[in-house]
Design a protein around this ligand. Structure first.
Ligand code: PMP
Ligand code: GLN
Length: 462
């Protein structure tokens, strides 16, 4: 009998199972057949996956577990979702008389969920949304991104991607056979603490990436990892190019509720002439601090939503009914208290996160990093160039931030993310002098990080 190793790749190159929690510790005898089969031409992965094998979450999620590191890396809260949403999930699974809540629901989204999403987003989009035709549900915002890219983009199309970008945009576009054209946000301020608003697109550089072949632009607002909340004039500049080159805007807005200070989140879909060319994405995982629930939505005109639904119905068919029911009920409740800023989760979470953001910025400044203070989202970029740490060669050709982050995890037991993963190969140098911290963590977790920094600083003086 063949015993499969759950950690190492088994059989063929793309059948890699990485277990991040406990089972990685299980020691099993390995019968590896990797080499034997990889030489046989047909028993291997599809060519279109070439170059997409590395994944920053897989590597650094595992490293954090292996080293029992304090985790300010991968973006997830270390606290529970709001109790009322948990209660609704339990009720949907076990407390309801409706046995159908454990069966398949409508392919494109559970009716109760799309109805409440239409209510939530109609005022923000400045139009009355049709729940059945303007909204589609998939497995997390990842699933919605996949449906949008596979459902709307043809091989050979060009897709403009704003850097730094959520890492999956690049492989998704490439797997669809399209050609990514990258344009970076660049910090315009050269010294001192930065704000995410100091990261700007150069209008000339941006337009130079558009051509007759451009099918879409992908933006992330608020941006992961910078935390930038695009201003109205910045969105207008992007909107004007979308209209000039007649292309789609894929606007990933999963951090839409986490907006700090007096900043305002504006949906590009609400600008004149943009509704008909924009898909806007949201995520229940981000909205309700429940990243493991993996439920996302796309909002847009029926001519763009329909192809996404066609893709979804044949690849995924439908998403878990109890999760959709619980999220729907949760949103209904939040909508009913939306005028109570400190009670409604859609607004109270940002109020809770702001002091965490500020505490982290203080800790980072004290150790000598230069943080970019985010206007939105729950990540913080920090410039590490002043630390001048001589990282031992780890035998890879990876950018400096990858080496630094591995070192930090192994030596200081602190896990963070290397932002050059959010840049294409030619622009990795723009990301490698930073690291990304996640601050949607309990105060005690952030206090432990501060202790690590303090000990580190004290040891530097010795
Ligand atoms: N977009 C961005 C910018 C993200 O950071 C994430 C992280 N989860 C996603 C999309 C995917 O969201 P989900 O977990 O809902 O699939
Ligand atoms: N979106 C999360 C982040 O940026 C995690 C994504 C993932 O783990 N795949 O950290």
């Amino acid at each position: 009998m063949q015993v499969l190793n759950p950690v190492k790749s088994v059989g063929i190159a793309f059948a890699t199972y990485v277990v991040q929690s406990t089972s990685h510790k299980t020691v099993l005898p390995i019968i590896s057949c990797n080499r034997k089969y990889s030489k046989m031409s047909k028993l291997r992965g599809a060519d279109r996956l070439k170059g997409t094998e590395k994944n920053v979450w897989v590597e650094f999620g595992k490293l954090a577990v292996d080293y029992k590191a304090l985790n300010l890396g991968q973006g997830f809260p270390d606290f529970k979702p709001p109790q009322h949403v948990i209660d609704k999930m339990v009720h949907a699974v076990d407390g309801s008389d409706n046995a159908l809540l454990s069966q398949y629901t409508r392919s494109y989204g559970h009716p109760r969920l799309v109805n409440v999403l239409a209510k939530l987003y109609s005022p923000l989009m400045g139009r009355t949304l049709d729940p059945m035709n303007n909204i589609t549900i998939s497995i997390g915002a990842y699933g919605v991104l996949f449906c949008a890219i596979q459902g709307l983009i043809n091989p050979g199309d060009e897709v403009v991607i704003v850097e730094p970008y959520f890492d999956c945009y690049e492989p998704m576009v490439k797997v669809a056979g399209a050609i990514p054209k990258y344009v970076p946000l660049r910090p315009i301020k050269k010294e001192g603490v930065l704000s995410s608003d100091d990261w700007k697109l150069d209008p000339v550089e941006l337009e130079s990436k558009f051509s007759a072949k451009t099918k879409a632009i992908m933006i992330n607002n608020p941006n992961n990892p910078v935390g930038k909340v695009f201003r109205k004039e910045e969105l207008e500049m992007i909107a004007n190019l979308c209209k000039k080159y007649d292309c789609i805007c894929i606007s990933d807005e999963v951090y839409e509720w986490m907006i700090y200070d007096d900043n305002k989140h504006l949906k590009i879909a609400s600008l004149p002439g943009m509704w008909e060319r924009t898909i806007t994405m949201g995520s229940a995982g981000k909205t309700f601090s429940a990243t493991g629930w993996k439920l996302g939505w796309g909002v847009g005109p029926d001519h763009l939503i329909k192809p996404m639904q066609v893709l979804h119905q044949n690849c995924i068919y439908t998403c878990p009914t109890p999760i959709q029911e619980a999220v729907a009920e949760g949103l209904e409740y939040e909508l009913s208290i939306q005028d109570k800023k400190e009670e409604c989760y859609l607004t109270s979470l940002a109020l809770e996160l702001k002091p965490k953001r500020d505490a982290l910025a203080k800790s980072l400044t004290e150790i000598g990093m230069i943080p970019t203070i985010p206007d939105g989202g729950y990540f913080m970029m920090a410039d590490i160039s002043n630390l001048n740490i001589d990282i031992p060669d780890d035998g890879t050709k990876d950018p400096y931030d990858f080496k630094f982050v591995r070192w930090l995890c192994k030596e200081k037991r602190l896990s963070v993310i290397p932002p050059s993963a959010f840049y294409n190969q030619e622009h990795k140098n723009l990301g490698e002098k930073f690291v990304r911290f996640c601050f949607i963590k309990k105060d005690e977790t952030l206090a432990k990080a501060d202790e690590i920094f303090k000990e580190w600083k004290a040891s530097q003086g010795k």
